[in-house]
Design a protein around this ligand. Structure first.
Ligand code: PAM
Length: 416
């Protein structure tokens, strides 16, 4: 029986933080293998890379999520015991609730709210000396996400709530102050959402049936019970915060437009949906999620390698999106590569792979793609702007990462 190659390092926890996104990718290349083992926080972890391994990882019969998400990620990004950590019928039932919010009419409503906000902000930006796109996009997305979810948001709360959503995301790979900021943002966010859930259930806050706030507040879990107020608050954050997180991809899309201005013309061709391949390449090329984890459900073997029950398994998201077998010249930004892509749910996994309903693939992936296409069209044609000298470097050892300046625009003129 073949043995899984072990990284000679005694424990890799510090190396993960030191190397950041390419940690697993570096090793899969160094060991020339799609599977190897490390020790992480003192425990063995089997690491997987590439499409074939992703297909294994996303088989819900072989893996569970309970116990796979570090507590520090739950207390900042996702919420403790939220859908991302659930399995079996419990996960399926809750995922149906999230997917019910992702239908065409609901997505269209969100996109139309977003379109209005981009227009409004464009006129505001004309009065400003400079605009930090990342921060402004977070506010725009926060306003639209709350309006879409029917979560009331007073004008004087907007920047604070947008910042809190952002800090929850920013906390997932942070230690020290960044982690604490993420935790505090989550505490405030959960308190806010608890008050909304209570108000809806007491009939004090009227919300439309089918809206995200109504759906979460009145959702009955697999056991037929309403979620407790805290869990409902966590899941309402899970329906809204990831929309604000799209600001990261929008900022990277602005960077791509800046670094490859030739695409501006191609994006204007009405006969071609070039925006689709452009935003897919942004999601492939620029880093967001470094890896995801799961736990082996029962002993099994794969290609003769043993996976003992209870072992932590990590899937290399960053490296799978630059696997040369599927993505030749992975370090070249080249949207046309997506013309040939066969929609394989395992070789391109920026927001997870596999199935939406039965698996842990991000429910908001379609929203992400549509919001990015809209933002790219807006940056290309909705405004004119200058990009002054600034620090556009994004540090791969920081998770999540972003161009250091947040992408500054000056001399903004709205075209509409
Ligand atoms: C959201 O949920 O708001 C969308 C953004 C999610 C992106 C990151 C997902 C990260 C998942 C696991 C990360 C573990 C990394 C730990 C690094 C030390």
């Amino acid at each position: 029986m073949p043995k899984i190659f072990r990284d000679p390092s005694f424990d890799s926890t510090l190396d993960v933080l030191r190397e950041g996104y390419p940690f697993l990718y570096n090793r899969s290349q160094r060991f020339d293998s799609d599977i190897f083992q490390i020790r992480l926080m003192g425990l063995p972890a089997i690491c997987l890379h590439g499409a074939e391994a992703a297909e294994l990882f996303y088989n819900p019969k072989l893996f569970i999520r309970k116990g796979a998400v570090p507590r520090r990620v739950q207390t900042t990004l996702m919420g403790v015991d939220a859908i991302q950590t659930r399995d079996n019928g419990e996960h399926r039932c809750r995922k149906e609730m999230f997917m019910a919010l992702m239908g065409p009419a609901s997505r269209e409503r969100l996109m139309s709210l977003l379109a209005g906000e981009w227009q409004r902000y464009a006129h505001r930006w004309e009065q400003l000396d400079k605009v930090v796109l990342f921060r402004e996009a977070q506010e725009i997305l926060c306003r639209a996400a709350c309006a879409w979810a029917e979560v009331p948001l007073a004008e004087d709360e907007v920047s604070k709530r947008a910042r809190d959503f952002g800090d929850m995301v920013d906390g997932f790979g942070g230690v020290g102050p960044r982690h604490w900021r993420g935790k505090q943002a989550r505490s405030r966010g959960e308190k806010w959402m608890r008050s909304i859930i209570r108000a809806i259930r007491k009939g004090k806050l009227p919300v439309r049936e089918g809206s995200p706030a109504h759906t979460v507040a009145w959702y009955r879990d697999a056991d037929g019970e309403l979620l407790d107020v805290q869990m409902a608050a966590i899941e309402l954050l899970n329906a809204t915060r990831p929309i604000v997180a799209i600001a990261t991809y929008i900022t990277f899309a602005a960077l791509a437009l800046h670094e490859h201005p030739a695409y501006r013309q191609l994006l204007r061709n009405p006969a071609d949906d070039y925006a689709e391949v452009f935003v897919q390449e942004v999601r492939r090329y620029f880093p967001f999620t470094p890896f995801v984890g799961a736990i082996v459900r029962e002993d099994f073997t794969w290609h003769g390698f043993q996976f003992p029950k209870g072992t932590m398994v990590l899937l290399d998201v960053y490296g799978t999106n630059r696997d040369e077998r599927q993505w030749p010249d992975p370090e070249v930004f080249w949207p046309e590569r997506f013309r040939q892509w066969q929609d394989n749910p395992y070789d391109f996994i920026p927001q997870g792979g596999g199935e939406y309903l039965t698996g842990h693939r991000c429910a908001g992936e379609w929203i992400t793609i549509e919001a990015m296409k809209q933002a790219v069209a807006f940056l290309n044609d909705g405004i004119r702007y200058d990009v002054p000298a600034q620090d556009l470097y994004y540090d791969l050892t920081r998770m999540p990462t972003l161009p250091a300046s947040g992408f500054v625009l000056t001399n903004v003129r709205a075209t509409g």
